[in-house]
Ligand binder design. Sequence first.
Ligand code: SF4
Length: 453
Amino acid sequence: MLNENCGLFAVYHKDSSFNVSAQIIEGLIALQHRGQESAGIAVSNGENIQTYKGMGVVNDVFPKEVIKRIKGSFGIGHVKYSTNGFSNYANAEPLTVKYKGEFFSVAHNGQIENSAFLRDLFEEKGTIFFTTSDTELIPHLLVTNLKGAPSTWNPENIAKLIDKHISPSYSLLLLFKNKIIALRDRYGYRPLAICETDDAVYLASEDSAFKFFKLNNSKIREVEPGEMIEINSEGLKSYKINKNNKYRYCFFEHIYFARPDSNIYGDNVHLMREKLGELTAKEHPVEADIIVPVMDSGFSAALGYSKASGIPLELGLMRNKYIGRTFIDPDIQERKLSVRRKLSPVKEVIENKDIVLIDDSMVRGTTMKHIVKMLKENGAKKVHIRIASPMVVNTCYWGIDIPDKKDIIGANKSKEDIKRIVNADSLEFLSLQYLSNYLDVKVANYCFHCFQT
Ligand code: SF4
């Protein structure tokens, strides 16, 4: 399946004696679905920044004693899946650098579209890069254009510099010894939410990460596209750096990436997925005995399809939660085994049934082929596939790991061919037109590039 390329979390506590390390780690656990390759935190005590990061999932990266060692009242955290550069310790974030005697740190969710061009420019001037990550461009951009020590840099100048030179997509957190700066690109490709309480300010890629802290819903809002937020001992200031009002919210956040209990771009993710399932049922009805979701991400859409069609929803495929996602498997043979590890058929539910199999999306088609085979081997009479999103036909340049066009099944095969390849009895996708009609005016604010040729 596809991958997001990161989750961000930050806390600025107003009590300078409070240690935020544990809170940041808890926030990262809530965002673990956005990246499992590496995790890290950088924390300031007002004088110095300490960073701790490692490869793997949050629970494996941080030993308990970290929260005793890494102390400070404000800091940032990051979980990573790399779509740009390699998966290694050097690329793990936050990326902390030292300049003019001071540390500062960067954490990035997104993908800088002009990174190759910028890297060439810097290298021609003699800049040496220590990572292969596009995030490293940001500290280089700042130190070559701003004067003095990092803690003295004007936040508006920082944001304007990034807005001018760095192509979207980015939601960014910058940690200086005296402040946190949060910045979302002018199009808002990647989400970023904020909540200010009496005690602290929290930032997260998804607002569901605030639930652990029982934050007041009415105080949660999205950082606007083109908005920069500065948080320091004097409080919180917001600046609109770029007044562009044509946004390009990534619709795949709704389809697959975000947690169902998150609110993204003003809509609850579960309810949006349920609606996508309902729309798919209306556009592509079919007679069947049961609806079977591809767990977990297809569940909400399957519920919507079931409600709209009146066909009962059944747990025909059980998901083993204690393995990685199928994306860790680089070749098809392993992918096949991975599907078997991940999904297990419930023969007693599917035997002798006509099934509507619901999934959130289809990219390579290889996973679906193995699922259909598994259902039929376990007695399903017919398998009608309904995908609750438009057919993916293009790649993504803004931070989602959609493969090259040659590996996208919808870019190379007709719907009829795909149906034959995956051995389905019928196959339909929610059309972009049907989806657009539902989204109505909101459609102008979404990116649908990967669904368009
Ligand atoms: S191309 Fe697709 S995955 Fe990429 S930002 Fe746009 S909607 Fe999201």
